[in-house]
Ligand binder design. Structure first.
Ligand SMILES: *[C@@H]1O[C@H](CO)[C@@H](O)[C@H](O)[C@H]1NC(C)=O
Ligand SMILES: *[C@@H]1O[C@H](CO)[C@@H](O)[C@H](O)[C@H]1NC(C)=O
Ligand SMILES: *[C@@H]1O[C@H](CO)[C@@H](O)[C@H](O)[C@H]1NC(C)=O
Ligand SMILES: *[C@@H]1O[C@H](CO)[C@@H](O)[C@H](O)[C@H]1NC(C)=O
Ligand SMILES: *[C@@H]1O[C@H](CO)[C@@H](O)[C@H](O)[C@H]1NC(C)=O
Ligand SMILES: *[C@@H]1O[C@H](CO)[C@@H](O)[C@H](O)[C@H]1NC(C)=O
Ligand SMILES: *[C@@H]1O[C@H](CO)[C@@H](O)[C@H](O)[C@H]1NC(C)=O
Ligand SMILES: *[C@@H]1O[C@H](CO)[C@@H](O)[C@H](O)[C@H]1NC(C)=O
Ligand SMILES: *[C@@H]1O[C@H](CO)[C@@H](O)[C@H](O)[C@H]1NC(C)=O
Ligand SMILES: *[C@@H]1O[C@H](CO)[C@@H](O)[C@H](O)[C@H]1NC(C)=O
Ligand SMILES: *[C@@H]1O[C@H](CO)[C@@H](O)[C@H](O)[C@H]1NC(C)=O
Ligand SMILES: *[C@@H]1O[C@H](CO)[C@@H](O)[C@H](O)[C@H]1NC(C)=O
Length: 561
C-alpha cells in the first residue's frame, strides 16, 4: 500500500521541507521526521491541498490523523501566539465520518476530509461560539450555519475551529491593537517575537501560515484579509463584495464586507474560493454575480497567465515620506515588476488615480458609509439570533454593555468605543440621502477616477501595488484583490512598535506581499496573474518563522500503528 513516491526532499536542519509535489516522482526518502521508511508525508507547514488529497487517497493517512496532527500543532504554539479561539469538539467525529465515506467510494470533492479554520465572526450551528471576540455574544445561539460555513461542509471540509480576530473585526476603537479581543487577549504573528499579526483576520493569518490547518477563512471590509496575509507570508483573496455570501457573518458594512480564503498557495486559495462562492437567497448582493455562475478558479491557475497582459502601477497610492518604515518594500516591489515583464507582461508605470488625490477621498466618505451600514447591520445581526444572551438589540445597547462589563476592558484612554460613538452621532443610517451621496461619491472616486478608469484609459488588464497600499481603493469599489508573498523586511530593520506600544509592527523578517487588483468579479483573471507570479518566485518558502510547531503527520500515524 505504501508506495515509494517521494521526490528530492531537501531538509534544512530539522524538517524544513523545500521540495514541491512530493508525491510526483520516485525517490526514496528516509531517516527524516516526515517519512516512515520509504513513505513520505507532506510537512504540514508546506502541504498543499493536492498533497493532502493525494495522501488521503493513497491511504497514507486519514482525516482523523489530519485533525489529530493539526490539534497537536495548535496546542504547541497557542499559549504564545493565541491564534485559535476555539476548537470544534465534533471535528474528530466529522473526520471519521468523512473517512468512512471515502473508504466507501464517496467523495464530496477536492476539499473532502480537509481541515479548515474559520474566523470567529462566521457563524456555525454547532458547539462553537460566534462572538467577534466579545462577551456581548458569548453564549448566543445562531439560527443556522453562515452560508460560507455550510458551503465548506457541503464540499467535505472539516471546520476545525474558530480563529482569534481583532474584536468586532477592528470596528470598536482607534486605539486598540490588531488581533486583540476582550475574550481572548492578544494574537501574535510568528515571524518575529511580539510581531503585530495585522488584522482583523489575525488568527486566520497566523494559523494558516504555520500549517495549523490547510488554510483559513477571513473577512475583509478594508484590508482585513490582505493585511494579515501580507504580514503572515500568505496568499489572500479578498473577493468582490457579493461573490461570497455574508449571511450570518457578524457585519461591519453590507457595502464593503466580504469573506475569502487565506492560504499558503494561490491554488489552495482558488480551491477554497470555488467552494464558498456563489449566489445565496439570504444575501441579495450575491445576485450581482455575472450570470449567477462562479468560474473555475483552479483552472485559472495558469503559469503563462502574465503573457501579453498590461499591468498598471498607480504610484500615487504608494507615496511615502522619507524615513517611512515601509520604505524597504519599494525596491523589492520594483524588482518584482521585472519578474512580471520577464513573464511577458507590459508594465505601464507611473499612472495616477486622480480619485485618490481628491479631497473628498480623504474627507471620511468611507467612515460615513461604514458607520451608517454598521448601525443597521449590527442591530439586524442581534435580531437574527435564536438566543441573544444579553438582550442587546442596537448599537447603543451594545455600547452600554461594553462600557459596563469589566471584562470588555473598556476605558476612555484605551480600547474605548469611539468608532461606535461616531456611528451613533451620525444621526442617519444607510437609507438616508446623506448616506447615498457619500456612497456614490466614493464609488466614483474609486471607480472612474481610480480602478475602472485606469483600466479603460490605459487599456490595462490589472493593477499592481505592494499589499500595504492595496486595500483602500478596492474596499470602496467592492472589487477584488489577490495578494501573494513578495519579500520580508531586512535584518537591519529598526523595530517599530504598534500605535499603543504592545506589539512589534515593523521588524526584521516580517513578511510583505504584492497585490493584483482590477474590476469587480475579476477574480478569475487575478488568480491567473497571481499564480504566474507566485510560481516564478516562490518567496514564501524562503521566509522562516521564529516559532513553529513540531508535530507532523508522521508522528500521529506512527503512534497509531
Ligand atoms: C491552547 O493551549 C492551552 C495550554 O496552554 C491548552 O490547554 C488548550 O487546550 C490549547 N488550545 C486551545 C484551542 O486553546
Ligand atoms: C456507503 O455507501 C452506501 C451506498 O452508496 C451508502 O448508503 C452509505 O451511506 C455509505 N456510507 C458512508 C459511511 O458513507
Ligand atoms: C484566543 O485564543 C486563546 C488561546 O489560543 C483562547 O484562550 C481565547 O479564548 C481566544 N480568544 C477569543 C476571543 O476567542
Ligand atoms: C519586540 O521586539 C523587541 C526587540 O527585539 C523585544 O525586546 C520585545 O520583547 C518585542 N515585543 C514583544 C511584545 O514581544
Ligand atoms: C432580497 O430582495 C428581495 C426583493 O427585493 C426581498 O424581497 C428580500 O427580502 C431580500 N432578501 C434579503 C435577505 O435581503
Ligand atoms: C516615474 O516617475 C518618476 C518620478 O517622476 C521618474 O523618476 C521615473 O523615471 C518614472 N518612471 C517611468 C517608468 O516613467
Ligand atoms: C433578557 O430578557 C429576558 C426576557 O425578557 C429576561 O428573562 C432576561 O433576564 C434578560 N437578560 C438579561 C441579561 O438582561
Ligand atoms: C444606555 O445606558 C444609559 C445610562 O445607563 C441609559 O439611559 C440608556 O437608556 C441606555 N441605552 C440603551 C439603548 O440601552
Ligand atoms: C484613545 O482615543 C481617545 C479618543 O478616542 C483618546 O481620548 C485617548 O487619549 C486615546 N488613547 C491613547 C492611548 O492614545
Ligand atoms: C457625506 O455626509 C455628510 C453628512 O455627515 C455630508 O455633510 C456630506 O456632504 C456628504 N458627503 C458627500 C460627498 O456627499
Ligand atoms: C480616465 O479618463 C477620464 C476621461 O478623461 C478622466 O476623467 C479620468 O480621471 C481618468 N481616470 C483615470 C483613473 O485615469
Ligand atoms: C539597511 O541596509 C541597507 C543596505 O545595506 C541600507 O540601505 C539601509 O539604509 C539600512 N537600513 C537601516 C535602518 O540601517
Amino acid at each position: 500500500m505504501r508506495g515509494i513516491v517521494c521526490k528530492i526532499l531537501a531538509f534544512a536542519g530539522t524538517a524544513t521541507y523545500l521540495g514541491q509535489d512530493i508525491f510526483a516522482s520516485a525517490q526514496v526518502c528516509s531517516n527524516s521526521s516526515t517519512a516512515i521508511g520509504n513513505t513520505p508525508f507532506p510537512p504540514l507547514i508546506e502541504a498543499t491541498l493536492e498533497d493532502l488529497a493525494k495522501g488521503l487517497e493513497l491511504g497514507l493517512f486519514t482525516s482523523v490523523d489530519l485533525v489529530n496532527a493539526y490539534v497537536a500543532r495548535i496546542n504547541e504554539v497557542n499559549s504564545t501566539l493565541h491564534m485559535v479561539a476555539q476548537l470544534n469538539p465534533d471535528a474528530l467525529a466529522i473526520a471519521a465520518e468523512l473517512d468512512a465515506a471515502r473508504a466507501n467510494g464517496t467523495s464530496y470533492g477536492p476539499l473532502h476530509g480537509i481541515p479548515i479554520l474559520i474566523k470567529n465572526n462566521i457563524a456555525t450551528m454547532d458547539k462553537m461560539d460566534n462572538t467577534a471576540g466579545s462577551y456581548a455574544l458569548l453564549g448566543a445561539k445562531v439560527p443556522g450555519d453562515a452560508t460560507v460555513a455550510a458551503k465548506l461542509r457541503k464540499a467535505g471540509a472539516i471546520i476545525l475551529g474558530k480563529t482569534n480576530l481583532s474584536q468586532w473585526a477592528n470596528y470598536r476603537s482607534y486605539n486598540t491593537s490588531n488581533g486583540w479581543s476582550a475574550l481572548g487577549g492578544q494574537t501574535q504573528a510568528a515571524y518575529y517575537p511580539g510581531q503585530d499579526p495585522s488584522g482583523s483576520s489575525s488568527g486566520s493569518g497566523v494559523a494558516s501560515s504555520l500549517g495549523l490547518a490547510l488554510a483559513a477563512l477571513g473577512t475583509e471590509t478594508d484590508g482585513s484579509i490582505v493585511s494579515p496575509s501580507d504580514a503572515n507570508n500568505l496568499v489572500g483573496i479578498k473577493p468582490s463584495v457579493g461573490l461570497t455570501s455574508r449571511y450570518l457573518v457578524i457585519p461591519i458594512s453590507e457595502h464593503q464586507d466580504t469573506v475569502g480564503p487565506m492560504a499558503r498557495t494561490v491554488k489552495d486559495a482558488a480551491y477554497i474560493l470555488s467552494a464558498i462562492a456563489g449566489p445565496d437567497v439570504n444575501d441579495n448582493y450575491t445576485s450581482a454575480i455575472p450570470c449567477g455562475k462562479v468560474p473555475d478558479y483552479v483552472t485559472a491557475c495558469d503559469y503563462f497567465a502574465l503573457k501579453g497582459k498590461r499591468i498598471g502601477v498607480p504610484r500615487n497610492l504608494m507615496a511615502l515620506q522619507a524615513g517611512d518604515p515601509l520604505e524597504p518594500i519599494i525596491p523589492v516591489f520594483n524588482a518584482a515588476l521585472d519578474v512580471l515583464r520577464a513573464a511577458g507582461a507590459t508594465i505601464v508605470d507611473n499612472i495616477t488615480f486622480p480619485g485618490f488625490g481628491d479631497s473628498d477621498y480623504h474627507a471620511n466618505t468611507e467612515g460615513i458609509v461604514l458607520d451608517a451600514d454598521f448601525v443597521v447591520g449590527i442591530a439586524r445581526y442581534f435580531k437574527s439570533l435564536a438566543y441573544n444572551p444579553n438582550n442587546i438589540t442596537s448599537l447603543a445597547s451594545l455600547q452600554n454593555f461594553t462600557q459596563s462589563f469589566p471584562l470588555e476592558q473598556w476605558s476612555p484612554e484605551l480600547r474605548d468605543t469611539a468608532i461606535w460613538q461616531e456611528a451613533l452621532d451620525l444621526g442617519f443610517d444607510n437609507t438616508s440621502p446623506e448616506f447615498w451621496a457619500n456612497y456614490t461619491e466614493q464609488l466614483y472616486l474609486a471607480g472612474p477616477q481610480g480602478i475602472t478608469g485606469a483600466l479603460a484609459n490605459y487599456s490595462l488588464d490589472a493593477l499592481v501595488v505592494p499589499t500595504a497600499f492595496s486595500s483602500t481603493v478596492p474596499a470602496r469599489l467592492g472589487s477584488p484583490i489577490v495578494t501573494v508573498p513578495l519579500g520580508r523586511f531586512p535584518a537591519n530593520t529598526t523595530v517599530v512598535a504598534n500605535g499603543i506600544g504592545t506589539l512589534n509592527a515593523t521588524a526584521p523578517n516580517v513578511p510583505f506581499g504584492i497585490s493584483f487588483f482590477a474590476e469587480r468579479f475579476s477574480e478569475e483573471k487575478l488568480i491567473g496573474l497571481a499564480y504566474a507570479f507566485e510560481q516564478r518566485t516562490l518567496v514564501r518558502d524562503s521566509i522562516v518563522p521564529y516559532i513553529q510547531p513540531k508535530t507532523e503527520l508522521v508522528d500521529v500515524v506512527s503512534k497509531r500503528r
